[in-house]
Design a protein around this ligand. Structure first.
Ligand code: ADP
Ligand code: MG
Length: 256
């Protein structure tokens, strides 16, 4: 732990949406995150790339405080949310998360899945939450699925619902963890298109992805993670086309 833990980031309010500072995380003897410093600015779309096991999911989970960290700090909107006094539920309500595997509640309708968080966490009335949920579902072409249960939907539709659920609370930050990796190839496009729409609409997004073409076209910045460290980062085109580090180059050759 760092000796000095101020609860306010120096640039509170005007600074990055998310700041990770010196994040370290081990599982047993294995250090999985080895000092991660990363800022995500408002409206920025950042693609996190790296081999399987490089620590992408763990990094995203620490950003959402799903994974307790061994050292470092997580700032959300300038506030140190890794401070043990901070209420985790309140922090998580400010972050939308979508994982690789569909994480819809199977026993709830699509609309109930979408409105659950805003009703539980934000205490929005059922009528208002449903109105907003239906609007969002309509925007992604899934209005007619509102009353269905998730297992009646295709994988692509389920991931689009998971995204709608993540944005229903108007989060400051979206964390997307390989959200197309488990999909049949023909369903990947519709999910990526939705992410592109969110990106163009100004959402702040940190996404782990193996979709390099998408990262190149949609992400503002690419961050390459290897062995729990950020090896290289920069504008997407630059990193994906002209990486400087050998490890980045080696990783990228597997995708071309
Ligand atoms: P990525 O998402 O880039 O594939 P992960 O963050 O899932 O990488 O995993 C990084 C490393 O941490 C891997 O070696 C993985 O086996 C290990 N790991 C992840 N989660 C756990 C856990 N809950 N317990 C033990 N080891 C874990
Ligand atoms: Mg992962």
């Amino acid at each position: 732990m760092s000796e000095h833990r101020s609860s306010e980031h120096p640039s509170a309010g005007t600074g990055p949406v998310l700041s990770l500072r010196g994040i370290r995380k081990s599982f047993g003897d294995t250090e999985v995150l080895r000092g991660i410093d990363l800022d995500i600015d408002k409206h920025e779309v950042v693609a996190l790339i790296g081999a399987s096991g490089s620590g992408k999911s763990t990094l995203l989970r620490t950003a959402n405080l799903l994974e307790p960290i061994d050292d470092g700090q997580v700032f959300l909107g300038g506030t140190d949310v890794s401070d043990p006094r901070v209420k985790l539920d309140a922090v998580r309500a400010r972050i939308g998360v979508v994982f690789q595997h569909y994480n819809l509640f199977p026993h709830l309708s699509v609309l109930d899945n979408v409105t659950l968080a805003s009703r539980a966490v934000q205490r929005t009335s059922k009528a208002r939450a449903e109105q907003r949920g239906l609007e969002l579902l309509a925007q992604v072409g899934l209005a007619d699925k509102a009353r269905e249960f998730p297992d009646r939907l295709s994988g692509g539709q389920q991931q689009r619902v998971a995204i709608v659920r993540a944005i229903a609370t108007d989060p400051e930050l979206l964390l997307l963890d390989e959200i197309t990796s488990a999909l049949d190839p023909e369903l990947v496009g519709e999910v990526l298109e939705l992410v592109r729409t969110l990106a163009e609409g100004g959402s702040t997004i940190l996404m782990a992805t193996h979709e390099m073409a998408f990262a190149r076209d949609v992400a503002h910045r690419v961050v390459f993670l290897d062995g729990g460290q950020i090896v290289e980062q920069g504008p997407s085109q630059q990193i994906l086309k002209h990486p400087v580090q050998d490890r980045t180059r080696e990783f990228l050759t597997r995708f071309t």
